[in-house]
Write a protein that binds this ligand. Sequence first.
Ligand SMILES: Nc1nc2c(ncn2[C@@H]2O[C@H](COP(=O)(O)OP(=O)(O)OP(=O)(O)O)[C@@H](O)[C@H]2O)c(=O)[nH]1
Ligand SMILES: [Mg+2]
Length: 238
Amino acid sequence: MFRKPREEKHMKDPWRSREHCVDCGVLGNWRGILEGGLLCAVVGQRNVMGRTSRVVVVGGKETGKTSILERAIFANSTVDKQYIPTVEDTYVGIVETERGTREKLRFYDTAGLDARNHCLPQHYHALADGYIIVYSISDNLSFQLLTDIKKDIDRHREKKDVPIIVLGNKSDLAATHRAVDTATAERWATAEKLRFWEVNVQDRTLLMAPIMNLASRLNPQPSKTSFPQLTMGRKNKD
Ligand SMILES: Nc1nc2c(ncn2[C@@H]2O[C@H](COP(=O)(O)OP(=O)(O)OP(=O)(O)O)[C@@H](O)[C@H]2O)c(=O)[nH]1
Ligand SMILES: [Mg+2]
């Protein structure tokens, strides 16, 4: 039942076995992309902002959730490797936001859903600060699942504003394999007020914009009026 923690795999890489760098990659800038995430081994955790945001990655079976995380964070390719269904995994990445700050995100990779089992186990909702919902452009059922997944998230988040992005994965596949057209997916996402991207794991740069967008929304710029007492002048006792 238990799978070896994925991090152990990365311990083989000498860079990743250093201190904080066992389980984190850097996303969001060209150096990070070109060096396949090794930048974090060089800079460690310096310049990383405060808290770690928790992102739950959810979607149908075999839509590419694990492949997206492996590719985005570690530059690993899963194409031509044996498919292993996920039970549960976590990944940690340092993501550069659109404001240029660096934020730590912990991604929870979940088991794929299907028509019979179309709800995320409840404990994920309790921990989620944000969600990445993934479907495959070659699998119409995985697209149909989005409605249930979104309803389930809405039920659990109540009125809290939780950033959610939608990724239509496997956009590299030939048109003959396409089962969900872009316009249909865009219409659904717009109606649900969600940001949507088509991506594929062959092109790592495509994965950066959505994850940076999510990191930015998870870590908005603090409002200037948050600390009114600090902006008050000295009290005049005269
Ligand atoms: N062509 C193509 N294949 C992909 C892409 N992403 C993933 N795959 C393939 O799709 C299969 C499933 O990928 P996974 O990443 O294991 O999918 P998953 O959603 O994590 O699957 P579960 O853990 O079972 O839910 C693998 O054979 C991958 O190589 C992509 O962008 N393009
Ligand atoms: Mg998986």
